[in-house]
Design a protein around this ligand. Structure first.
Ligand code: SAM
Length: 502
């Protein structure tokens, strides 16, 4: 059993003291300027915006800015707790008290206007902007942009059993508990697990916490939903003893950790269950990203949708992750790590690193759906609902022959927008480029032409597709067969992307 960092009675006192410490209350004391400063790590700006003589401002200084606070002021807002009583949390300093840990009020982005917002408290180590130095090897990450990406990408259907692999501060588990009857969360790091236990206790939740690597702690068990924001960083296989970090380095070289997860996750998902993870992958001169990922996925019987969101060249990638750990360009340490990392990248034939997200559905199908595609656009967040709606459309396309599709009365999705770019040619405006865009959800943008956009305008959910195509063929004076052959693949693509709904 993993114990929280504080004793039960200390947790009760702290929870009570932090009752009003919510994202809304913090925004109120910081104001929009201070909040923007906090969000982008400009803690000095945030501190300047805080009022004096305000309990939430004191809590913000202590637990979000890492500032020193006079002892009396701290005791007054912490129900009398002092460094002597809670040395794991508070540290006495010459002039007062500091918190050893960040405690961040956090609320789920509203899924719909009716759902009730619950505010949680997330415990983690301080980031390098507070520590003023590179992170420690056993650093437990707070809520970062990857955490939010995964939280927004997760399908929030009810689950009986949910699993968070590599829970860290516990942010994913908090979300899972909102729609799952039972939450299990794992981590290799015992420190991370104690932080997660503290996050759960302060947020009024309870999870089954287990220590171990990847899926070892849940061997033989199955879950309806598995999420993982794993230590996916592509490196030489650094460990905490060789310059790596628990939060991002697995000790496995290249993208081996992601390969192992993708190939083993299907074994722990129930029939009809789903696994969603963030991942990075190696791109070499001889193998494209989707060939590599297909190899991992083809051995499974799962339906899979893989998004490549971004691609970074080795130097961009290495700089990104050195900065992430608080390393400073220009120092000898930066130079050494940068050189070693890039030298390894080149010896391993890494020409770029792909970064993305993977959803695997366990449907036991003999001909599973496999789509691997670039998704560079800014999708509408939270996107999890659109991810869930994607699979039924793929199954529809799989089981519907072209003849059946022609008899279907498809409906154009609400919010489809056409944009046209015109050029002057022969003394008049001619359409040079025409695009269709989904204004919601995946926000796909595809090139189109007049025939396709006329067809979409006619897809009202009551007219069979073949009738629409006959009218279209007559209007352009072309044989129906020719129009049908040209447009059927386009229709399939538009259904797949959600422009056309079955
Ligand atoms: C990027 S952090 C993610 C934390 C949190 N789940 C989130 O979404 O912000 C990765 C976590 O995985 C843990 N971890 C590292 N190697 C692991 C392994 N082999 N098995 C399980 N967890 C691991 C780290 O300790 C860290 O807490």
């Amino acid at each position: 059993v993993t114990e929280p960092l504080l004793q039960p009675h200390e947790l009760v006192l702290l929870r009570d003291a932090l009752r009003g410490f919510t994202p809304d209350a913090v925004l109120e004391v910081l104001g929009p300027v201070g909040q923007a400063g906090l969000d982008r790590g400009d803690l000095l700006l945030a501190a300047r915006e805080l009022p004096c003589d305000d309990a939430t401002a004191t809590l913000t200084r202590l637990f979000l800015l890492g500032d020193e606070v006079p002892l009396d002021e701290a005791r007054a807002v912490l129900g009398g707790l002092s460094p002597q009583e809670v040395p794991a949390l508070l540290q006495g300093t010459e002039d007062g008290v500091r918190s050893r840990l960040e405690i961040r009020p956090y609320a789920e982005a509203l899924r719909d206007e009716d759902s009730e917002t619950t505010s949680w408290l997330v415990v983690s180590d301080w980031g390098s902007d507070v520590a003023g130095a590179p992170l420690a090897a056993d650093h437990v990450l707070g809520i970062g942009s990857a955490s939010l990406t995964l939280a927004q990408y997760t399908i929030r259907d009810h689950a009986q059993r949910a699993l968070d692999v590599g829970t860290g501060c516990g942010v994913q588990a908090l979300h899972l508990a909102r729609h799952s009857a039972h939450v299990t969360a794992t981590d290799v790091s015992s420190r991370a697990l104690r932080m997660a236990a503290t996050t759960a206790a302060l947020s009024g939740q309870s999870w089954d916490l287990r220590q171990g690597s990847l899926l070892e702690p849940v061997a033989g068990e199955r879950f309806d939903l598995v999420v993982a924001n794993p230590p996916f960083v592509v490196s030489s296989g650094l460990t905490t003893d060789s310059g790596g970090y628990d939060y991002r380095d697995s000790g496995l070289a290249g993208d081996e950790l992601c390969r192992r997860l993708v190939t083993s996750l299907p074994r722990v998902i129930t029939d009809g269950g789903v696994a969603q993870l963030l991942a990075n992958w190696v791109i070499t001169a001889t193998r494209s990203w989707d060939e590599r990922l297909s190899e991992w996925i083809d051995a499974q019987r799962c339906d899979a949708w893989v998004w490549q969101r971004e691609v970074a060249d080795p130097a961009q990638y290495v700089s990104l992750w050195l900065r992430d750990a608080g390393e400073q360009p220009g120092t000898a340490r930066w130079r050494r790590r940068y050189d070693e990392w890039l030298t390894w990248m080149s010896s391993a034939g890494v020409v770029a690193v792909g970064m993305g997200a993977i959803t695997l559905w366990n449907n036991g199908s003999d001909s599973p759906v496999r789509v691997l595609e670039d998704v560079p656009q800014a999708v509408q967040q939270p996107i999890g609902g659109a991810v869930a709606q994607w699979l039924p459309r793929q199954h529809y396309l799989q089981r519907t022959s072209d003849a059946e599709l022609l008899h279907a009365a498809l409906r154009t999705a609400p919010g489809v927008v056409r944009t046209r770019h015109d050029l002057i040619e022969d003394g008049g405006w001619q359409t040079a480029l025409s695009n269709l865009r989904l204004s919601d959800g995946m926000r796909w943008e595809v090139e189109t032409d007049d025939a396709v956009s006329s067809m979409l305008a006619a897809c009202d959910g009551s007219t069979p597709l073949n009738v629409t195509l006959q009218v279209l063929a007559a209007s352009v004076d072309a044989p129906v067969d020719q129009v049908t052959d040209a447009l059927l693949p386009v229709v399939r693509d538009l259904v797949s992307r959600g422009f056309l709904l079955p």
